[in-house]
Design a protein around this ligand. Structure first.
Ligand SMILES: Cc1cc2nc3c(=O)[nH]c(=O)nc-3n(C[C@H](O)[C@H](O)[C@H](O)COP(=O)(O)OP(=O)(O)OC[C@H]3O[C@@H](n4cnc5c(N)ncnc54)[C@H](O)[C@@H]3O)c2cc1C
Length: 495
């Protein structure tokens, strides 16, 4: 085509898009990235992450291959455990109630470690996540929940490294340029219509990769697909993921896939801003709930805080908080677990109440039935089976017995002052419904036939997560499918 300017246009400016762009570029393609956000807000949800990266590994040697900076002393003081292919697949299947697309699941697991190495070759540095995924236990750090790695500098560091590579390697980037619709021609998708400063334009390309996120920042789509109540959820990350890529593809006949009524949503600072803020991306985290009691407005518990390690429950508990009367809850801690509470509880903006007695705590919580809360805590304390040691490094089996809602691990009594309570609401992270891709990264139509020239990666891929999500899988999924989409898009363009 004489007027084709680009081989590959990548829509989106987060991790999945950058991986697609880097892969296409290394295959010799001329690549353009379209980022809806202004430059200072580029990077999407990826920028807001802690950078956690779930890969298969078999202990210290595998970790050191990705984190060569680890010292002998650190290795001798650390139990990295093992995270096998089978365990990774089990986690993906278990948390999604076996709905995950098996081909996509296997593709993620088989390519996760390789993609971490590939990202290293692009300038991303990985570290072992001692701060968030391990506890010191009897002189040794022990990792839990299947995740060891995170990108240096978290999401901000990951995205900065990727942009640095892109800028140094001739990948063009247009900021504040939103893709609006796909251009189709006799050969399939042949470009995108864009809007920049409210002026429409056309960009022609031989292949298009959609990597522009889910619809979590679109209040109307949230309410329509996720259900009532989600209109008032707080968006934990970027405001720019409003479902554009999904809608553009559906408009030309792509297949809707995955759990459209499902999303990743956590218990999150109740009075957080409507969208995430890059200056304080982690301030709203309230992830130490396995060590507390979650109490609703009626003064009752409503979920098993200790059902599993945090990585396997946090993404589904936001919806349950939202479903409580008033859409909020309180996390109640006593001083016995102060040492395992995450730093975000100390940050400015936490809605926090402190008291030296439970009665005072209840008095200070005007939106909770205090008498019922005291009764709930008393009944809970009496049900705690304290014959097993408290161990935050894994499921400790320290459980309650005889409650309507048991706490199955980390069931300490709430008895040692001072007591602290933190108010939480629902914070949505990303949506699960999206487009159907195959293991070449091609977008499929409603008859499972690939739409020529159209590829997708990242949050807008459907069929990966249902009901729940194992922590630190989003970046990995975006990386492996981003790289795949970039490779395939380049091959199609250079054909
Ligand atoms: C607070 C928080 C913490 C998280 N922590 C982790 C973690 O530690 N590990 C992990 O694996 N996952 C984590 N996640 C999930 C993770 O962020 C996502 O799974 C992943 O970043 C998605 O990458 P993506 O590239 O698909 O989307 P994004 O990074 O959101 O990128 C989408 C991009 O598309 C752009 N865009 C949107 N519409 C258009 C348009 N019309 N035209 C052009 N551009 C457009 C956006 O501006 C953005 O740049 C976290 C998420 C949040 C919010």
């Amino acid at each position: 085509m004489a007027d084709t300017l680009y081989d590959v246009v990548v829509v989106g400016g987060g991790n999945a898009a950058l991986c697609a762009a880097m892969a296409a570029q290394e295959n010799g393609a001329r690549v353009l990235i379209l980022e809806k956000a202004p430059e200072e807000k580029r990077g999407g949800n990826s920028n807001f992450t802690g950078g956690g990266f779930r890969v298969v590994h078999h202990g210290a040697d595998d970790i050191r291959a990705i984190v060569p900076d680890l010292t002998d002393e650190e290795i001798s003081k650390t139990d990295f455990g093992e995270y096998s292919r089978d365990r990774y697949l089990d986690d993906l299947f278990n948390v999604t109630q076996y709905y995950i697309d098996p081909d996509l699941a296997e593709y993620i697991v088989d390519n996760a470690t390789k993609v971490a190495q590939w990202l290293r070759s692009k300038g991303v540095r990985f570290l072992a996540n001692y701060g968030r995924q391990a506890f010191l236990h009897e002189g040794r750090f022990k990792f839990f929940g299947g995740v060891v790695l995170y990108a240096n500098g978290g999401g901000l560091g990951l995205v900065a490294s990727e942009y640095e590579y892109a800028e140094k390697n001739g990948i063009e980037i247009r900021y504040q340029t939103a893709a609006k619709s796909l251009i189709e021609g006799p050969l399939g998708v042949q470009g995108v219509r864009v809007v920049h400063n409210r002026i429409e334009d056309e960009i022609h390309a031989k292949s298009v990769v959609l990597a522009c996120g889910g619809f979590q920042a679109n209040r109307e789509m949230r309410t329509k697909y996720l259900g009532p109540g989600f209109d008032s959820a707080k968006v934990r990350g970027t405001r720019y993921n409003t479902g554009d890529g999904i809608n553009m593809a559906l408009d030309i006949g792509a297949q809707s896939y995955g759990q459209w009524s499902g999303c990743h949503a956590v218990s999150w600072e109740r009075y957080a801003t409507d969208f995430g803020e890059l200056e304080t991306p982690h301030a709203g985290y309230r992830h130490s709930y396995p060590y507390c009691l979650m109490i609703n407005a009626e003064g009752k518990r409503f979920l098993d805080e200790g059902f599993d390690e945090r990585n396997y429950t946090y993404a589904k508990y936001g919806r349950i908080v939202m479903q409580q009367p008033g859409g909020f809850a309180w996390q109640v801690f006593d001083s016995q677990v102060k040492h395992v509470m995450r730093d975000e509880y100390k940050t400015r903006g936490a809605t926090k109440i402190t008291a030296n007695t439970l009665e005072d705590l209840a008095d200070k919580m005007p939106d909770v039935d205090g008498a019922q809360m005291l009764a709930t805590i008393k009944e809970y304390n009496e049900a705690c089976q304290l014959n097993t040691d408290f161990d935050p490094n894994g499921k400790d089996g320290r459980t309650t017995k005889g409650l309507e809602v048991e706490k199955t691990n980390w069931a300490n009594t709430i008895s040692e002052p001072p007591f602290e309570a933190y108010s939480v609401g629902c914070g949505i992270t990303f949506t699960f419904g999206g487009l159907k891709i195959n293991t070449s990264g091609e977008v499929l139509d409603t008859e499972d036939i690939a739409i020529p020239g159209l590829y997708a990666a990242g949050e807008l891929v459907g069929g990966l997560f249902y009901f729940n999500y194992p922590g630190s899988t989003g970046l990995v999924a975006g990386s492996v499918f981003g790289r795949l989409a970039g490779n395939s898009a380049a091959a199609h363009a250079m054909d």
